[in-house]
Ligand binder design. Sequence first.
Ligand code: PLP
Length: 421
Amino acid sequence: MHQPPIPHIDAEDPEIAGLIHDEARRQHDKFRMIPSENYVSLAVLEAVGTVLTNKYSEGYPGRRYYEGQQLIDPLETIAIERAKSLFGAEHANVQPYSGSPANLAVYLAFAKPGDTVMGLSLPMGGHLTHGAAPTIGGKWLRPVQYGVRRDTGRIDLDEVRDIALRERPKIIFCGGTALPRTVDFPGFAAIAKEVGAVLAADIAHIAGLIAGGAHPSPVGHAPVITTTTHKTLRGPRGAMIMTDAEHASAIDKAVFPGLQGGPHNHTTAGIAVALREAAQPSFRDYAAQVVKNAIALAAALQERGYDLVSGGTDNHLLLVDLASKGIAGKPAAKALDRAGMELNFNTVPYDQRKPFDPSGIRLGTPALTTRGLTEVHMPQLAAWMDEAITAAAKDDEAPLDRIAAEIRDLLSAYPIPGWSD
Ligand SMILES: *Cc1c(COP(=O)(O)O)cnc(C)c1O
């Protein structure tokens, strides 16, 4: 059963209620390993389902364009103060609707159409919004892209510096969406300073690890920090931009009125609740365990002959190159999903295959860690993965449903937040 209960949807719209209950069951029965996903607490779920969704609040606390902000102003102020205190930032904007609009606000704040901007390329592990061709940044700006080295699978700061010196970008994005290694924020900061660019650290994937002390922080190195709130940070779908004092007003103006209208106040409440949770000692344990689990899973897969981009992981995420296993990423991901292990197919650096049919799979440990699984479970998980991938490589579907049942059995002892049968 979905928690919190949804009796009014059950009664008034059984069609939608049925889908929600089935999705809750699906999320309960599987190893969810898409590294950008998680399980939020019931408190966060409750916050985003409140009357706050009824209210318009264009502007910022104390400077609104609509009346009736007596309670919204303190709510948003609490969210801002919690973000600042959790990350040690001088300024926070909690209004971006999601990670992509947050990055767009950075472009709007610090670049003009046609200006050069720089980021990690999509096939090398960067995010679409870091300058990929089909995006607004790719079309309206002049993106130049850096990659990772073929031999190490890691970013080469000498290459980043060479490109930056040659191209003189207005903005440099660091961070990514398929980067298994620690981001060198001081290294990027030195390059940005040398070329006079604004360094924007996109910590969407690793914000929870940073908040929990399991990854170095960009604060003090990157004057602008964007993040989603719904990945390792374990809040509702949304985003924040944190800045130093100097860049605060440009970002606030870019988010509103530059890009958005009214903030989603119910999301702001969910962010505030999640930020309070992330400030508890137990969140540090969670962040450390996410990394421990990822390292254990990486080791167990390598023991079974799997080829990991960069040779392992420092964070929550693994990128596996299946080229040596005789199967592409997409059929492997489909077989794994049927076998109860949900992850995504992904390009690997220097992929010989096409982006929609690439060589790799991307997976991570945030959601399974939230459920309470630890490094002792990772060898068994790797064994299940290996069995399903090996079967799929031989077009053998027979073991998949059996593995899914075994996984359901194990996971029934690690319920998702608030689960009741
Ligand atoms: C997920 C992600 C985003 C975009 O977030 P959305 O909420 O999906 O728009 C931006 N940057 C990075 C690095 C991400 O991983």
